[in-house]
Design a protein. Structure first.
Length: 461
């Protein structure tokens, strides 16, 4: 016998208003780890290999499809929210007749593919796969009613008798079912219940009536099925998610001085013997090479850092490429388009933007280097500024190998400093400086003999 697998179609319900978020942003667009709640669920759908993923949206209008633009998604508007069954009904015309449908929720972001696979498998085998969980405090949830151990129906909290309310096994809302049956049962739903809504949960009793087995599974962790209804719940899920990332990094051998004080809003890939101090934020895609050390309170966004580099406290790096064996910070700011080669030192209160700095160069104190190409073994004195902007256009500064720039120098771009040149402290460089020579622009020092400081005049009384 050959097993024909039906293709998987995933419905993500995301039409709810989320009143308790007290926000103009649709609930499912609130970020968790820097990504919309709905984005986490969409990633899970893609991970499961869904042939089609359909998002049912409503509150917030086009904001949801606009924010989530992705060729692999289709969007269905549920203009008025008449319940979860009504939401599913809106999407049915978009689903094939011979597929398997998995229903997920845009505000339940931490569900793992491994927890969903057995439900999909149950539906592939012609059964109804239902995810349930046992809660100490089941208030508000739909209860799983069983007879002789077999599920017979779900009763919503508001419709439940006191005896039913005593049941601790609750509906997570997540289920998988062959589409042909789902289409039939959804058409039969009625809204004669306490909330006047079409309940998706009523399909359970219809399945039982039609002799379709209901197969329940439970998630590996209770947090997988937690939903977000308020900012407090969002913050709680953020911590759970961050803790998971931190545990993964620890298992991979990364030293986290405090795993409770780490925020990864994207992906963080680490080599061996990486050390991360407290309160660092990693955004986008960040890669830290072997032996990289990150001091406290650093923010790194879309950065690759090569082996052996040390980043001291309070350093911000955005969209840059940091070479090996560098020393950055404390208090350095590296902005987009910057590439630091090997053994580069960038010190406190130094800002570098869209510049390439070659091996062994040092910019240690209070400087701004923008739109600059810098050679090897250059030394930039404290308080040096590249004046890259003339008020209308940006211009480049070129500093060749082994240049020494004295403190408090301004380089008015476009300008080139030749190889091995020295610029005297306080120079305002407006023309190219020749290689190997000392160039300076300051006036000659003089002493005014006999000069006296002014004194305060005595007041007449
Ligand atoms: C639902 C379940 C309940 C389960 C609980 C788990 C039903 C009838 N009840 O209850 O058994 O224990 O979830 O959290 O399904 N939504 C729409 N359109 C609608 C209504 C809801 O898109 O018209 C979406 C919401 O945005 C939300 C989800 O469906 O993401 C669940 O809706 P909600 O009203 O929170 O369901 P509950 O009453 O909590
Ligand atoms: Ca409801």
């Amino acid at each position: 016998m050959t097993l024909m697998q039906s293709q998987l179609e995933i419905l993500i319900l995301a039409a709810g208003k989320g009143t308790r978020m007290r926000s103009d942003l649709p609930k499912v667009l609130h970020p968790l780890a820097g990504k919309p709640l709905l984005g986490h669920v969409v990633d899970t759908a893609h991970a499961l290999g869904a042939a089609r993923t359909c998002v049912v949206y409503g509150f917030g209008g086009e904001a949801v499809p606009q924010a989530m633009a992705d060729d692999r998604l289709s969007f269905v508007l549920q203009a008025e929210q008449h319940g979860t069954g009504h939401a599913v009904k809106q999407a049915l015309p978009h689903l094939a007749d011979d597929s398997v449908v998995l229903v997920l929720y845009g505000d339940v972001p931490l569900i793992r593919p491994a927890t969903l696979q057995p439900l999909v498998a149950a539906a592939q085998a012609g059964r109804l796969g239902l995810l349930t969980v046992n809660l100490a405090h089941p208030d508000g949830y739909g209860r799983i009613v069983r007879e002789s151990g077999r599920v017979t129906r779900i009763v919503e909290h508001k419709d439940a008798t006191p005896a039913e309310r005593a049941i601790h096994e609750v509906n997570t809302g997540i289920l998988a079912v062959p589409s042909r049956q789902l289409k039939r049962w959804i058409a039969e739903l009625r809204n004669d219940n306490a909330q006047g809504e079409y309940y998706l949960t009523d399909v359970i009793a219809l399945a039982v009536r039609d002799g379709v087995d209901v197969e329940t599974h439970q998630p590996g962790h209770e947090w997988e099925v937690l939903g977000v209804n308020s900012k407090a719940q969002l913050a709680e899920l953020e911590r759970i998610h961050q803790n998971g990332i931190a545990q993964g990094l620890l298992e991979a051998g990364v030293t986290l001085l405090d795993p409770a004080r780490l925020d990864v809003r994207g992906t963080l890939a680490c080599g061996r013997d990486v050390v991360i101090d407290v309160n660092c934020v990693f955004e986008g895609r960040v890669e830290l090479g072997d032996g990289v050390q990150v001091g406290a309170h650093c923010v790194l966004r879309n950065v690759r850092v090569a082996a052996g580099t040390r980043i001291d406290a309070f350093t911000l790096i955005d969209d840059a490429e940091i070479g090996a064996a560098n020393r950055l910070g404390p208090f350095s700011r590296i902005r987009p388009g910057t590439r630091l080669a090997r053994d580069v030192h960038v010190g406190n209160f130094v800002e570098i933007k869209n510049s390439q700095i070659d091996d062994g160069s040092k910019i240690n104190h209070l400087s701004y280097v923008g739109d600059t190409t810098m050679g090897k073994r250059v030394n930039i004195g404290a308080g040096t500024i590249t004046c890259n902007y003339d008020g209308a256009n940006k211009h480049r500064t070129v500093i060749e190998d082994e240049v020494f720039v004295g403190s408090d120098t301004q380089l008015v771009a476009p300008v080139t400093v030749g190889r091995g040149a020295t610029l005297g402290a306080g120079t305002t460089l407006t023309k190219d400086a020749p290689a190997g020579e000392l160039t300076l622009s300051r006036a000659k020092q003089l002493t005014v003999a006999g000069w006296k400081r002014p004194v305060k005049q005595k007041k007449e009384s």
